[in-house]
Design a binder for this molecule. Sequence first.
Ligand code: R5P
Length: 261
Amino acid sequence: MDFGMKNRLARIIKPEDGKTVMLAIDHGYFMGPTGGLENINRSITPLLGYADSLMLTRGILRSQIDAGIDIPVILRASGGTSILKDDLSDEDITVSMDDAIRLNASAIALSVFVGSKNEKQGIVNLSRLVDKGYKYGIPILAVTAVGREMARDARYLSLAVRIAAETGANIVKTYYCEDFEKVVETCPVPVVVAGGKKTGEREVLELAYNAVKHGAAGVDMGRNIFQSENPIGMIKAVRAVVHGRLAPEDAYNAVYKKESD
Ligand code: R5P
């Protein structure tokens, strides 16, 4: 691996502890104006100082994010299907490498839908991005998107995650599940977990804690942070769990609640 690739990865996954808190705000690429992301300046700008990286689309990056920010960008580079369709798996690469470089991306993200009817398309798209990523020294983050009909269990997720890593992804994002250590143990590259739909703050802190305890390199989390009643408290609490290994209950009481007072 060349210096550029290693250096970009080190900006995302902190070398001090091998952990990361990615703030994901890319949902609009297929969900439109997602709750909490209607006004990026109001809801997201105050959180940027607490995220290790920011995952988003080029449209939001160009129009809403101050170019002076000191935060690595993970650029969403797949899409093509909206939430109005039953099957979301029909995605292609939607950003050229030229534009990713122009935008100073520290990594490029795309979804693969293993087991879907567009499985091959996703895996081939990933392999194409990996080829270009190595050409220019930009890591590729594969998002293992799970269709509604798929079980989010260790058997399926370890298959999807391993296929993404075998195809060349430098980081793989997936979901937390029972026996999560099996997913991580069989994946040769760092695994990060998504937060999923908004749920209780305590549950999410527990999820982040257990994910890291069982080998995850951290989280790539969106709705459970920006849809929280107290997004700053929540991202600080997630950081305390991921980087500080604070127990979830302590992070909830001493960080999340304290910030709400
Ligand atoms: C899909 O919309 C994206 O990959 C999100 O970045 C991902 O699902 C993480 O966000 P959340 O924690 O809201 O699930």
